[in-house]
Design a protein around this ligand. Sequence first.
Ligand SMILES: C[S@@+](CC[C@H](N)C(=O)[O-])C[C@H]1O[C@@H](n2cnc3c(N)ncnc32)[C@H](O)[C@@H]1O
Length: 271
Amino acid sequence: MARRPRKPLTARTADKLDLYQRSVQSPDVDVALMDRLHKRLVGHPPRLLREDFCGTAQICCEFVTLHRENRSLGVDLDQATLDWGRKRNLQALTPSQQERVTLVRDNVLAVTRPRADLTCAMNFSYSVFKARPEMLAYMKTARKGLKKNGILLMDLFGGPSAQEEEQETTRKGGFKYIWDQAHFDPVTHHILCRIHFEFKDGTRMRNAFTYDWRLWTLPELQELMVEAGFHNVHVLWEGTDSETGEGNSVYRRRLRGEADHAWICYVVGQA
Ligand SMILES: C[S@@+](CC[C@H](N)C(=O)[O-])C[C@H]1O[C@@H](n2cnc3c(N)ncnc32)[C@H](O)[C@@H]1O
């Protein structure tokens, strides 16, 4: 049977969480990295993954497809986003996979059980913690919620471009994704970011998401992890494609990085 052509997206018909997932998330790539990292640092694959600030829980859902013993726990404050994830992402799984995903509506600062093999805080969501004591409290809670030697994985963006008030537009299938660094204060490192979407018919979805964050630095996050009791704290830095000079999506443990204009890396610690 011929497939019905997809209706063009417009600001009126599009679903902002669907656009978000299509713009910023690659759960298959993320869980492959987590699986490899845990095998390397702990000696076996992770079986219980905790996704903090899980939103629509794409990582939780992807993780349980990797192995029949894999379980995941997603924690997020926003009921409507969790419900969307349940309906759209969980229901796409087999019944056995669905049973192995638990989503809880709670503050990540309040959840420490069950103890996970690996906890991830992705897409910089932990940046809502703008004061040092709050970030330290988050890391201590994350540590309490991990098994011995369990891993905390956080991504971070940085480089001079992260401190510029600028917009970056990326074309996606049927729409444009616009990352807007609307305001950055060099004194506090408070950063206000927004996501907008634009459609082929000229309509726009402005301020679909707003993030009132602190732009943390790599030394700060590593020092805080050590202070929170983590060991083997280190950075995974992206390699460079020798032909294009661009990042090659291969992340390796590195003691030094390059002074790139924009970079994304991972901070890792073991409980
Ligand atoms: C940028 S979204 C991240 C979604 C997803 N983790 C990702 O990688 O794209 C941030 C999420 O963090 C949640 N959030 C913010 N503060 C939180 C807190 N203290 N505890 C739990 N969830 C929180 C919000 O409800 C929102 O769904």
